[in-house]
Design a protein around this ligand. Structure first.
Ligand code: ZN
Ligand code: ZN
Ligand code: ZN
Length: 326
């Protein structure tokens, strides 16, 4: 784009009823010499002597001081107030994935993210704490040093908003948590369960969208990250290591995936909501990516080749063969 004007704002899509985050700040991304990693220890920003590091994203899509809005006579926009953080998960550049860290190292990453959530709660302008991880060049990851991201958003993300609506409807109708009920259904069916620990359960849901889509739920009904206690965090580290190791090793090439944490918004009353993690493993077969193409992008509905039951059996088998944790 040739315009000199910095645009960093939310634009409302009145047709679908959702926000789009618009920013041209990322285009100022400087050129780095070949082999330079901004997440490795020893740069001015990273320093030395850490296990996990949370950095400000230098080229954010949101800002703590967003530029002045240019109002539109028809369309609605809003300041893109928010924060973008990078969670550098380890000082070790050459590890491939979160699952290559030890359980204790993963526990530390989780604890740092929980602490950041608690810290961000005091900022009254923040509405939603979105933690996610992209893995693989196929999903646009240019820096391979293991890292995940946090977006502190000024709005509730669309997907979570839909989940909240359906969870509230279920609660009003049956007086129970939608997610607790679906966990019960998965437990009773058994065939899509990947693993169950003392505090968490992982399964490929009955209605999976992506080829290897794993959902991880705490067995206890909790809404937000600050309710994940130390014992639960340690147990989650173990579950994540196993599940992500399995997802990575299903095919010859490591599986590209996106992992996202869904929790209740930071303010308001959402006791009917149940925190969970969703992982979308994107290979259909070795090296063949499932694209969100015509039907998915154009219609918003997924097609699923094969069945979630078969995918669960393949993933369980991979974990058993390749993911033994001492
Ligand atoms: Zn590095
Ligand atoms: Zn629940
Ligand atoms: Zn969800």
């Amino acid at each position: 784009m040739s315009s000199d004007r910095i645009v960093q704002e939310l634009r409302w899509d009145p047709v679908l009823g959702e926000w789009v985050m618009v920013s041209n700040v990322r285009e100022l991304r400087p050129w780095h010499p070949e082999g330079f990693c901004p997440f490795c220890p020893g740069t001015p920003e990273t320093g030395h002597g850490w296990d996990v590091l949370i950095l400000n994203n230098k080229y954010p899509i949101l800002s703590e001081e967003p530029p002045k809005l240019r109002p539109h006579k028809f369309f609605k926009n809003a300041p893109s107030y928010g924060k973008n953080y990078i969670v550098v998960e380890t000082p070790k550049h050459d590890l491939d994935d979160l699952s290559d860290l030890t359980v204790e190292e993963i526990r530390k990453v989780i604890t740092y993210v929980i602490d950041k959530y608690i810290e961000e709660l005091s900022d009254k302008r923040s509405v939603y704490f979105l933690y996610f991880r992209n893995k693989g060049k196929e999903v646009g990851v240019s820096l391979t040093h293991p890292h995940s991201q946090i977006y502190v958003l000024p709005f509730i993300p669309t997907k979570v908003r839909r989940e909240l609506t359906n969870a509230l409807n279920h609660f009003k109708r049956y007086g129970r948590c939608l997610f607790c009920d679906l966990i019960d259904a998965e437990v009773s069916d058994k065939e899509r369960i990947i693993l169950k620990s003392s505090h968490w359960i992982a399964f490929i849901p009955y209605y999976a969208h992506w080829p290897f889509e794993v959902h991880i739920y705490p067995l206890k009904h909790i809404n937000t990250l600050n309710q994940v206690n130390e014992v639960m965090a340690e147990d989650l580290a173990y579950v994540l290591k196993k599940v992500l190791c399995g997802v990575k090793n299903i095919f010859e090439n490591p599986m590209p995936y996106t992992m996202v944490l869904h929790q209740a918004p930071m303010r308001g009353h959402y006791s009917y909501y149940h925190l969970h993690i969703e992982i979308y493993g994107m290979y259909r077969t070795s090296g063949r990516l499932k694209y969100a193409a015509g039907v998915e992008s154009g219609a918003g509905n997924f097609t699923y080749d094969d069945t979630p039951e078969e995918a669960a059996s393949i993933l369980r088998d991979t974990i058993e063969r390749k993911c033994v944790i001492q």
